[in-house]
Design a protein. Structure first.
Length: 234
């Protein structure tokens, strides 16, 4: 696509997304590192904070376990386990408390039947299908004559499922952070002046989800432009 093999669509759609993603990664790492060096006044670890948030939400039957890696924290609804990374699980920093509370917020979402997280869970199987089949089908379609553009469109349709999943993920992540901050404030795990640090950590993390959604959307638009260019040349 483009003049003399110069793919202008890459620079229009992909480069801005890459720059945003890079900026988001830098911000989340720097913010987490900054507040990892600030000890919480009450000395509660990430594990303690997650337990406090779960009690606040009247959630039972959720285990909290350590996991290797850095910023690999997550909640698995299938096993009912909150996994906290090494810089979070047994660390009593504001960053650790904020991240752990966020994951406990996801557990509360599942316990109360929060609609967006139920929708995201329902989308996982078809999103996995789309992620594995979309690009091979698109590439095959682009190699075929233009009259077989419907093959490319099938691939784009599958790719669109991943974009939809990214959009559904946004309210899930924002809501988990809101639940976490509210629980930390009302339980007194963090004092008001400390909550600002936890908010900054979670806001930086949210930017990575925004960047991922933007990247997926830009990739989808690029594919549509490429298909439209094939039709015009026909």
């Amino acid at each position: 696509m483009g003049f003399y093999y110069f793919d202008y669509t890459y620079f229009i759609f992909i480069v801005p997304a890459l720059l945003l993603s890079l900026g988001a990664q830098i911000m989340v790492k720097s913010t987490f590192q900054k507040y990892s060096g600030v000890r919480s006044a009450r000395g509660m670890t990430g594990q303690d904070a997650a337990e406090a948030v779960l009690r606040y939400g009247f959630v039972q039957g959720v285990d909290i376990r350590p996991i290797s890696g850095n910023l690999t924290d997550h909640f698995d609804p299938r096993t009912g386990v909150i996994s906290l990374s090494s810089p979070v699980y047994s660390v009593s920093s504001i960053a650790a408390v904020g991240v752990a509370a966020h994951e406990a917020g996801h557990a509360i979402q599942h316990a109360v039947g929060y609609a967006p997280i139920k929708l995201r869970s329902a989308l996982v199987p078809i999103t996995n299908l789309g992620s594995s089949l979309s690009m091979p089908i698109i590439l095959i379609g682009l190699l075929l004559p233009v009259q077989y553009n419907f093959v490319v469109l099938i691939g784009i349709g599958l790719y669109s499922l991943m974009v939809l999943f990214q959009f559904v993920t946004l309210p899930v992540e924002f809501n988990a952070s809101a639940r976490a901050i509210r629980a930390l404030r009302e339980t007194g795990v963090l004092y008001p002046e400390e909550l600002q640090g936890a908010k900054r950590v979670l806001q930086a993390a949210a930017l990575t989800y925004l960047a991922a959604t933007f990247s997926s959307l830009m990739s989808l638009l690029r594919l549509l432009v490429i298909v439209g260019g094939r039709r015009r040349r026909d």
